[in-house]
Design a protein around this ligand. Structure first.
Ligand code: HH2
Length: 263
């Protein structure tokens, strides 16, 4: 899953693809590099960020989404927790709702997912993007993530979302300490008990920067290590900025996990 941030303030590429033309060019680049899905976001959820209104989010998102729908055959995911934005994005041709709040920020979101039949990514977060890194705390991070995701999967099902629409995500960096992010990558396989596809998003995140003492522009190898660990622990989808490189990393990690292609 390649990341397209149409934002002025995302943590690693804020402002680079904020104009429509730059966003389209970036999307074409991600598709050509081998992305299987594009995840398009128009509101940064980096630690400390503040929400943007639905009108502004739609104004950033919809022109790019409509243009991409015309020219790309890939599944398009929209990174939003707002039902109003998701509804408009689905009407414009999006296939997947990536809800970092796992249906908890907008009571109307579950119904939107159920009625549309679209894919639905449910991600764990402790707190909100504005306050999540203030003082995150867990007794047993994997057990708490699993319990929360199970509860939100049940909420989705109660609203009429079919199980085969749902993907779950432990939410690397969303209300997590360094050791929590590392535990998630080490023990991700514990989430397989939920019986749903797993998505993980470690790309360029600050836990890598903490380990390597490196800025977001120098986290490619650290991202590769995290992607490999996630795949070996059962991740089916990895959400990344550096698609060309991570496609190669994922192919080798897949072969280690599942055997050589064609063998
Ligand atoms: N991470 C980010 C945003 N959306 N969605 C899912 N499902 N999983 C993630 O780990 C995830 C996500 C944050 O990364 P990015 O989009 O690069 O930055 P920003 O929020 O600053 O736009």
């Amino acid at each position: 899953m390649g990341i397209l941030n149409i934002t002025p303030d995302s943590f690693s590429d804020g402002g680079r693809y904020f104009s429509g033309a730059a966003a389209l060019a970036r999307a074409r680049q991600l598709a050509a590099a081998g992305a299987d899905i594009l995840d398009i976001g128009a509101e940064s959820t980096r630690p400390g960020s503040l929400p943007v209104g639905a009108a502004e989010e739609k104004a950033r998102l919809l022109p790019v989404l409509k243009a991409l729908r015309q020219e790309l055959d890939l599944p398009l995911s929209v990174d939003t927790y707002k039902a109003e934005v998701a509804t408009a994005a689905l009407a414009a041709g999006a296939d997947i709702i990536n809800d970092i709040s796992a249906l908890t920020f907008d009571a109307a979101m579950a119904g939107v997912a159920a009625r549309s039949g679209a894919g639905l990514i449910l991600m764990h977060m402790q707190g909100t993007p504005h306050d999540m890194q203030a003082d995150p705390h867990y007794e047993d991070v994997m057990a708490e993530i699993a319990a929360f995701l199970a509860q939100q999967v049940a909420a989705a099902a109660a609203a009429g979302v079919a199980p085969d629409q749902i993907v779950i995500d432990p939410g690397i960096g969303f209300g997590k300490r360094l050791e929590d992010n590392l535990t998630i990558l080490r023990e991700l396989g514990r989430l397989e008990e939920l019986g749903l596809p797993l998505l993980v998003g470690p790309s360029r995140k600050s836990f890598i920067g903490r380990i390597l003492d490196a800025p977001a522009t120098e986290r490619l190898e650290g991202t590769a290590a995290a992607v490999t660990a996630a795949i070996l622990q059962g991740a089916q989808i990895v959400r990344v900025h550096d698609v060309a490189e991570m496609v190669r990393v994922a192919r080798v990690a897949d072969a280690i996990r599942d055997g050589a292609p064609g063998a």
